[in-house]
Design a protein around this ligand. Structure first.
Ligand code: ZN
Ligand code: ZN
Length: 366
């Protein structure tokens, strides 16, 4: 007989107590707490349940160094049910990611690096010959269910003397493929005021809370006009914490000025997972609770907002009949030291801890 798993005594973000019943990879039933019936019961003891967390910026190719890691280490083991690799691969190696995806438990999507060499070098846009439109278009056609966008890293150490020419090429490729861009920002040149105006509705700025000299806020913490203009035309703001791209000072200024995140992502890979300052998605989310965003908004940053951007709203809801992708977590009142990319520390009174995840109906305890 097919297993029917009851996740007993959970609560939705709205605090409504529920049982969730899973069968054949799908949510069979969302019942009142204590009312779900099945062949196996897991006691949730009041843990929260949300739709499965989506991390829109990770590095999931273990062979790449420094920006690489194992899919399930940064996915399901962190309570993250869908990861989106952010340009680790260009056309040369995207097939490798597609192959490892088939063996992983976590759902995997990807941004294709516009440089065909991807992160085999960390100055992958310094030589225009590495941007080969034909190779990129072929890769997009070959992996339509994997590739959700194009990645261009537009900062000094990546582009060197190329300025914004790589971003112009990215824009042309976006037009040709119909795919949006995720643009990494950081140190200049190019000046951030030259970069942001090239982004359009549906494109993503990742690392928008970075504290580098070329960031999106002025010395008083006010958002630059290019940023408020971008938000007004529907450019999507993504955190992409990473080793060097999240500043508490900037995040506090952004909040003061009402510049909200659309999605919260980690930019996680081996080094910043093991040694910090990222560690885990739960730790990054805890930083946004610390900043004073309500729990429902923080969780929306890894559920509904990401799912909507992906054009897969079913990934952001909990509904009978949908594939079962869920994340279970609790709030702990253990004080925790949080460190940003600048070495600044804050003490969180409330910490998010993952307890489990369901990926396509399969349950994992964290
Ligand atoms: Zn980056
Ligand atoms: Zn990255």
């Amino acid at each position: 007989m097919e297993e029917r798993l009851v996740l007993r005594n959970l609560k939705l973000i709205s605090e409504e107590p529920v049982d969730i019943v899973i069968q054949n990879g799908r949510i069979a039933e969302v019942a009142a707490a204590g009312q779900g019936s099945g062949t196996r019961v897991w006691e949730g003891a009041g843990a929260y349940v949300s739709s499965g967390w989506i991390d829109l910026h990770v590095h999931a190719v273990p062979a790449l160094d420094p920006y690489g890691d194992e899919i399930d280490e940064i996915g399901v083991k962190q309570g993250v049910t869908t990861i989106v690799d952010a340009g680790s691969c260009g056309a040369d190696r995207i097939g490798e990611l597609a192959a490892s995806r088939a063996k992983a438990k976590t759902n995997v999507l990807a941004f294709l690096n516009i440089s065909h060499i991807g992160l085999q070098r960390i100055d992958e846009l310094s030589d225009m010959q590495w941007i080969d439109a034909q190779k990129a278009v072929q890769a997009v056609r070959a992996y339509p269910d994997l590739i959700v966008g194009l990645k261009a890293r537009i900062s000094k150490s990546v582009v060197r003397d190329s300025g914004i020419e790589p971003l112009r090429r990215a824009r042309a490729l976006s037009l040709e493929t119909g795919l949006p861009l995720m643009v990494h920002i950081g140190s200049g040149p190019p000046d951030i005021r030259e970069v942001i105006p090239l982004l359009e509705r549906g494109d993503i700025i990742t690392h928008y809370l970075n504290g580098k000299a070329n960031n999106l806020f002025d010395a008083e913490g006010k958002p630059l006009a290019v940023l408020t203009d971008a938000v007004a035309r529907g450019v999507h703001l993504d955190v992409g914490h990473g080793t060097a791209s999240f500043s508490f000072n900037v995040a506090e200024a952004a909040k003061r000025h009402g510049i909200r995140f659309d999605t919260i992502s980690t930019d996680i890979y081996r080094g910043n997972r093991i040694n910090g300052p990222v560690f885990s998605m739960a730790r990054v989310l805890t930083k946004f609770l610390y900043l004073g965003y309500p729990l429902a908004e923080v969780i929306a940053g890894v559920t509904t907002h990401a799912a909507d951007w992906l054009g897969k709203p079913e990934l952001g809801r909990i509904q009978a009949g949908d594939p079962a992708n869920l994340t279970l977590f609790t709030l702990s009142s253990e004080p925790t030291a949080l460190v940003d990319s600048e070495g600044d520390e804050r003490i969180a009174e409330c910490t998010i801890e993952t307890k489990g995840a369901v990926v396509n109906g399969e349950f994992f305890e964290c």
